[in-house]
Design a protein around this ligand. Sequence first.
Ligand SMILES: C[S@@+](CC[C@H](N)C(=O)[O-])C[C@H]1O[C@@H](n2cnc3c(N)ncnc32)[C@H](O)[C@@H]1O
Length: 222
Amino acid sequence: MDILTEHTERFLAALAPEHDEVQAEMATYAANHGFPIVGPEAGSVLQFLASLSGGTRLFEFGSGFGYSATWFAKGMADDAELFLTEHDPDELDMARDFFDRAGLADQTTFLEGDALELVETVDGEFDLVLFDHQKHRYAEAFDIVKDRVSVGGVVVADNMMRGPIDFGTLVESVEGTPNALDATNADTRGIAAYLDAVRADPRFETIVLPVGNGLAVSSRVE
Ligand SMILES: C[S@@+](CC[C@H](N)C(=O)[O-])C[C@H]1O[C@@H](n2cnc3c(N)ncnc32)[C@H](O)[C@@H]1O
């Protein structure tokens, strides 16, 4: 890691908000088990986006044990609705337990199975959407949910810059290098396809924030 990157990470970490008690437990569990959570720097962005947008309905694709959703919840009204999805029943059980103790369980629906199928079982629009499931299925998930994002709503996708992706190849791809993705992995191709899809939709304005693992933040403007 070069010195600028190291200083940036330390700077953002030092300025990130403190975990509450339940979040601290979640973060300790994640650290001890090598489980990939968004972390407090990106988490505080989720809280900020929730609060700024005034969103009252969240749908997450890939919730794990619910850490990212706790950050959204901090920025949402007390009666906001949260829909968590996870195909691992043990993680979903942990989410139920953590949410119970965080006082969030009553407003949360815990959905077990494939998020791309589960989203079809929930009616209505969503003000906040998180993609943090299989990277090669982000574009497919966007296609399924995009018409159901409220105007003024926000879609966030994690792992634009880090995670199971080859970031150097992704950079070449977005710069327009021909065949840049030919020899890379499905996750990297998935992130590239997602960025293509969301940026091609004129109803969404997209920026990428180099916080945590890199967040693509897309606001539905029409
Ligand atoms: C990176 S973790 C999510 C972390 C979580 N967003 C957080 O920051 O607290 C990804 C999770 O998505 C789950 N997952 C992956 N693909 C899924 C799918 N299609 N449907 C439901 N869950 C999925 C995995 O089991 C894993 O627990």
